[in-house]
Design a protein around this ligand. Structure first.
Ligand SMILES: C[S@@+](CC[C@H](N)C(=O)[O-])C[C@H]1O[C@@H](n2cnc3c(N)ncnc32)[C@H](O)[C@@H]1O
Length: 281
């Protein structure tokens, strides 16, 4: 496993139990209306994010097979499995701790016979999966994946003709004007503490998808819609009831908690952007 992937695996292995205790199975931003002003309970906002992205992404009505690429403990995977009772799903994460928890949740939700969550690097998905998925769901995981062109090429290969890619991912702001020294400093901190390779802009992501062959491509910037989320995560980090879990999760989780301040700063200066993308094979 590459050094980056080992760091990602170790980070999620250590931090997932704490996240599950404080936030639950969804490990992504909430959606608070297009301008971020909607007053929504934060866990509901995470569910709203899934619904909004499925709608904006023009996800197919009929899904027989889906891939959740970078699935965490499979919060979205189960959501999709329950929405599409005929579908089979595969979720992959680098973290065996997430995969074990995901499989347990699958059993509790009664979907373990048709939803498989396993620890595997998405880049290593075998050729037998080529042309097999109606939907590839990529929720806040592509920022961890270094080679965006190889990722888009892979997703294109795995989708059935007519299949849909729907993605939400952390990006940096569009250039020009070039990123400032301060932008770069904040982005470097976020990447270091959350184990991300250098981020790309939303247009760069779109260009990689176009190069891979995707049609009906669209991208958008949902930064305003998600910005309230970090205030809530910081509040949960400041709640003394969560400190024992934070300490026992270890140093990389504590550093991840510290990185929340950079996320808030990055959103307020505009250096970090929340990109969404849809495309059809
Ligand atoms: C912030 S979590 C998001 C989890 C999930 N999508 C959700 O919204 O609840 C990022 C996930 O990406 C996964 N990930 C990162 N790089 C990966 C790779 N190369 N292959 C598979 N999973 C990867 C991590 O293991 C982790 O589960």
């Amino acid at each position: 496993m590459s050094t980056l992937n080992t760091r990602i695996k170790d980070f999620y292995d250590a931090s997932t139990p704490l996240w599950l205790n404080t936030w639950g199975e969804q490990m992504h931003h909430g959606y608070y209306g297009p301008d971020g002003k909607r007053k929504t309970e934060h866990k509901q906002a995470q569910i709203d994010m899934i619904e909004e992205l499925l709608a904006w992404g023009q996800a197919p009505e009929q899904v027989r097979s889906f891939l959740d690429a970078g699935c965490g403990v499979g919060g979205s995977s189960r959501y999709l499995a329950l929405r599409h009772p005929e579908a089979t799903g595969l979720g992959v994460t680098l973290s065996p701790v997430q995969a074990q928890n995901g499989e347990r949740y699958n059993q509790e939700a009664g979907v373990s016979d048709r939803l498989n969550i396993r620890a595997q690097d998405v880049y290593t998905l075998e050729e037998k999966h080529n042309n097999s998925f109606d939907l590839i769901w990529s929720m806040e995981s592509a920022e961890h994946m270094k080679d965006k062109q190889a990722l888009m090429d892979l997703f294109y290969r795995l989708l059935r003709p007519g299949g849909k890619l729907v993605m939400a991912t952390w990006c940096h702001r569009e250039e020009p004007p070039a990123l400032t020294t301060n932008d770069q400093k904040v982005l470097d901190k976020i990447c270091e503490l959350y184990h991300l390779p250098p981020l790309v802009s939303v247009p760069t992501l779109g260009a990689a998808a176009a190069q891979a062959g995707f049609d009906n491509l669209a991208t958008d910037d949902w930064s305003a819609a998600v910005e309230p989320f970090w205030g809530a995560v910081i509040s949960s980090g400041l709640d003394p009831r969560n400190w024992p879990g934070l300490i026992s999760a270890g140093m990389s989780t504590i550093k991840g908690a510290w990185a929340m301040k950079y996320m808030k700063e990055g959103f307020s200066t505009g250096a970090i952007r929340y990109g969404v993308l849809r495309g059809t094979k």
